[in-house]
Write a protein that binds this ligand. Structure first.
Ligand SMILES: [Zn+2]
Length: 321
């Protein structure tokens, strides 16, 4: 087939899936993610990243991804979500932590650049510390300092034609910082599955947004012991129709794997196969509405081997065509 014929078929025949034939997955791995440590016994520890890196090498998935390097000077973008006062307090009290948390933000913003500029179709950031509990309290909230996913949503809206951003959060904990950032904002649809009885004690399903943002905040409580079937059903019943109406320009995932079975801090029982199914569901929304554009980033996940195994499953599903 001549190239021109192929291109014409690609553009007009859905069987040839133009976007998919060029689909690529980006990956942010960087040993800077080993730097941050709250205390030696703390569950949010550097070994989380080390195990992910080893697993992605061992499985050779790393060879099927495109390496993305964090952007330079991400600090300027923190104020898209955080107050100067919050940033100054973190910076003064914990300068090293500030540097490491900004680096995590930098990795997520680089992934947004790569996806929104079309260098890759989707991307995963194995970044830490996590971010979805961070607000403007001038201190750490649930191991989080800066809310990378909220900053990434604002950044994508400002820098690219990604005006409507869908954030999907399957971490065991409710992303109260992300809810806070967009609670009255109809340009960001926030969907979270979590255990509302766990830290931070938020995430009531009755909290659906306010003002113009009413209906753009979806909280789904899943009991202790929740299974693959429970979380997949929640996605089917509580997310798909709203996502269809919303028609996102970009999807961001708060990929917390403390909802996986055998986690130290969680009591959901999601399997690696379950995370593959969730990833496929998110990809089908993205393929339909936004040319497959997904940026996923690590949040929780404290069983070192389990977390790495879930990341491998998730990344393999992001790569899978
Ligand atoms: Zn969590």
């Amino acid at each position: 087939m001549k190239r021109r014929q192929f291109l014409a078929l690609s553009l007009f025949n859905p069987l040839f899936g133009f976007a998919n034939s060029h689909a690529k997955t980006g990956l942010v791995l960087d040993d800077m993610f080993l730097q941050h440590q709250i205390s030696p016994a703390h569950p949010e520890k550097p070994a989380r990243y080390q195990a992910i890196k080893q697993q992605l090498h061992k499985s050779q998935l790393i060879n099927k991804t495109h390496s993305i390097k964090p952007i330079v000077d991400a600090e300027q973008w923190l104020t898209l979500v955080h107050s100067q006062q919050h940033i100054e307090k973190i910076k003064q009290q914990q300068p090293e932590t500030h540097k490491n948390a900004v680096f995590a933000t930098a990795s997520v913003l680089a992934a947004v650049d790569a996806v929104c500029q079309g260098q890759v179709t989707n991307a995963f950031c194995a970044s830490r510390p996590p971010g979805h509990h961070a607000m403007n309290t001038g201190q750490e909230e649930g191991f989080c300092y800066y809310n990378h996913i909220a900053i990434a949503a604002r950044y994508a809206q400002q820098q690219y034609k990604c005006k409507k951003v869908l954030i999907i959060d399957w971490d065991y904990h409710h992303g109260n910082g992300t809810e806070w950032a967009f609670y009255s904002d109809p340009s960001v649809l926030y969907f979270s599955t979590h255990d509302m009885f766990a830290y931070p004690g938020t995430g009531l399903p009755a909290r659906t947004g306010e003002g113009a943002g009413k209906g753009f905040n979806i909280n789904v409580h899943l009991d202790c012991g929740a299974t693959d079937n429970d979380i997949i059903t929640a996605f089917q019943n509580e997310l798909l129709a709203d996502a269809e109406r919303f028609s996102p320009d970009l999807i961001l995932i708060s990929a917390g794997f403390d909802s996986r079975k055998d986690d130290l801090l969680g009591c959901h029982t999601i399997s690696d196969q379950g995370f593959i199914q969730l990833t496929k569901m998110v990809k089908s929304i993205a393929n339909k509405h936004c040319q497959g554009k997904i940026v996923s980033l690590l949040e929780g996940g404290y069983n070192i081997d389990g977390n790495a195994s879930a990341v491998e499953a998730h990344v393999s599903a992001l790569i899978d065509r």
